[in-house]
Design a protein around this ligand. Sequence first.
Ligand SMILES: [Zn+2]
Ligand SMILES: [Zn+2]
Length: 194
Amino acid sequence: MPDFRIQIERLTDRPERFDFEVAAEWWTARAEDGEDDSVRAEAPFRFALDASRVSEDVVIEGDFGGSVGLECSRCGKRYPHMLREPYRLVLEPLGGRAPDPEGEQGLAENGVCLGEDLEVGSYRGAVVGLDDFFGEVIALAMPLQPLCAEDCPGLCAHCGARQDAGCACEDEKVESPFSALAGLKAQLEAKEQG
Ligand SMILES: [Zn+2]
Ligand SMILES: [Zn+2]
C-alpha cells in the first residue's frame, strides 16, 4: 500500500493543496534497497503540492524540500545539505496501452506508471500513489558531488589532513619547485660573492 495517496475522484480543475511529510525512516528504508547508505535524512522531507484534474489528466505541481547529512566528496567531512527540487507531473489515464514490466509494477503498487523524465506518466484506478515519484524526486535532488562548501580546500597532499582544519605541513606546502630553485640560486650567488 502506498503511503502517499491522492483520491482522483476528489480532484477538480481547481488545484487543491496537499502537504505530505516524508519521515526520515521512510527514505532510509528505501535507500537501503541498494542505494548509497552514507546519506541520512536529518529531518522529515516535505512535499507541498497542488493537485488538480484537467479533463481526465491528473496534474501535480509543487516543491520538495529537505535536509540530509552527506559526506563531502573533497574532504570527507559530514555536513548538512539542503535539498530543494520543484516538479510538475501530468498523469494520463493508461487506457488500452500495455506498460513495460517496470511500469506494470508501478501500476500494481501505486496505480501509477512514471515516464523516463518524471514529467509525464499514466495512472490506472481511483487512487494515485506518489511513493515512487517522491523517491525519484528526492534522488534527483541529491548532488552528484556533494561539497561541504563551494570552496572546500579538500585534503592536504602530504598528510591527508582536512585543509579547513589545517595541518603541520604548512611550510612544505608553501615551497614550490620554483621557490626551491630560487633558494638554491641565492645560495650559489652568496658563495660566489663570498
Ligand atoms: Zn569538504
Ligand atoms: Zn598536511
